[in-house]
Write a protein that binds this ligand. Structure first.
Ligand code: S3P
Length: 171
């Protein structure tokens, strides 16, 4: 479908870019974690704690089905593990936001609400664990991407310009 699906590691800035793009283009932006939180009326952190990661991955699969069936011409930001859903390509053009792990880590640590950002992300509890997860995933992100955008050192406006030619147009 003619959506844009932003994938990439936790904290790389998928949600920030999705919202900035929406603000500039008049398209809507939705986030898979937000959809899951509204579906379950639970915070992601709580879902992990009470139900476990496997259950969360099942919710991601369910959300992916719903998106493919119901959502058009929208910018979709995703959780860092969402790229593993089977029907990813059916949802839209997959854009991988790429950056080195240490750049991502610094981005989170330096942010105003760093504590909140880390708390929100159960898989980012330790630097070492998160780095291993990053290493495990890098290849997968690249494999499923239709387009790769290197985000390090770029302003939001520059990223928006790079993405513009790939955005859904109203027909
Ligand atoms: C996850 C990333 C999180 C969230 C959940 C699991 C992951 O989203 O979906 O904590 O597996 O990488 P962000 O990428 O928005 O942090």
């Amino acid at each position: 479908m003619d959506n844009i699906v932003l994938i990439g590691f936790m904290g790389v800035g998928k949600g920030t870019l999705a919202r900035a793009l929406a603000g500039k283009t008049g398209l809507y932006a939705v986030d898979t974690d937000d959809l899951i939180e509204s579906l379950t009326n639970m915070k992601i952190r709580k879902i992990f704690k009470k139900k476990g990661e496997r259950y969360f991955r099942e919710l991601e699969r369910q959300t992916a089905q719903w998106l493919a069936q119901n959502v058009r011409q929208t910018i979709i930001s995703t959780g860092g593990g969402f790229y593993q859903v089977e029907n990813l390509k059916e949802i839209g053009t997959v854009v991988y936001l790429r950056a080195d792990f240490d750049w991502i880590y610094k981005r989170i640590i330096k942010s105003k609400n760093a504590e909140k950002k880390l708390k929100k992300r159960p898989l980012f509890k330790s630097y070492k664990k998160a780095k291993n997860l990053y290493r495990e995933r890098v290849e997968g992100y690249e494999r499923v991407a239709d387009l790769i955008i290197d985000v390090e050192g770029k302003e939001l406006d520059q990223l928006i310009e790079e993405l513009k030619p790939h955005l859904p147009t109203s027909k």
